[in-house]
Design a binder for this molecule. Sequence first.
Ligand code: PGA
Length: 255
Amino acid sequence: MRKQIVAGNWKMNLTLEEGQILTSEVVNMVKDEVDSRVEIALCPPFIHLATVSKLIGAIPNVKLGAQNVHQESAGAYTGEVSASMLQSVGTHYVLIGHSERREYFHEGDALLAQKLDAVLAAGMTPLFCCGEPLDIREAGTQNAYVSAQLTNSLFHLDAETMQKVVIAYEPIWAIGTGKTASAAQAQEMHAHLRAHLAGQYGQAVADQVSILYGGSVKPANAAEIFGGADVDGGLIGGASLKSRDFTDIAKAIQL
Ligand code: PGA
């Protein structure tokens, strides 16, 4: 069975102390309430990583994630953080290509492929984000747009390595807008992406890759969205800042 994952992307929010409080709350609720087969990931800003790593300790289904990484292994890149640095504090997942990185920091497909390779070389799991803007959705060309993002940044990998990647589909028009894709729209795109993976790597490999949905997931809509056969969990922004909401979203996973 594919791994079911609920990842919280804190984005640029929370002081160190606020992050400690949120992590402790989430850890306690997850331990008590969430099936241990569901994997939880917390993706705080860099300054929190070492602290969150200690707080999640040895709970096997709670993992640490980072929001970004630099593609080079070390050197004169002021302000940047390398994959080996992230790995050294216990990071398991690294978000690659979030739409905010693509838009505000001009990260394109070729650069994202380099970041992906850096994460894999350090033994961590890339959580590769893709998704279309509103004008592409309105033009009806979203399937071609999103599959090109996969082709351009992932398809240099061999089949064995591809199975180590997690994908998050996040339609940009649904991020932070309160507007989610319908469960049917999410399932349709996830099935399309899995077929696109199967076309390159075969069905057995495609069936191993977890594909998460992101964009205004809340406790009230999580179960319906996660009900899609090709939807393997969620990447949660705003609602991941509230321990109760985040835990309730994780509880909506159907195993
Ligand atoms: P949102 O963000 O849940 O606040 O819409 C999702 C994301 O950007 O990962």
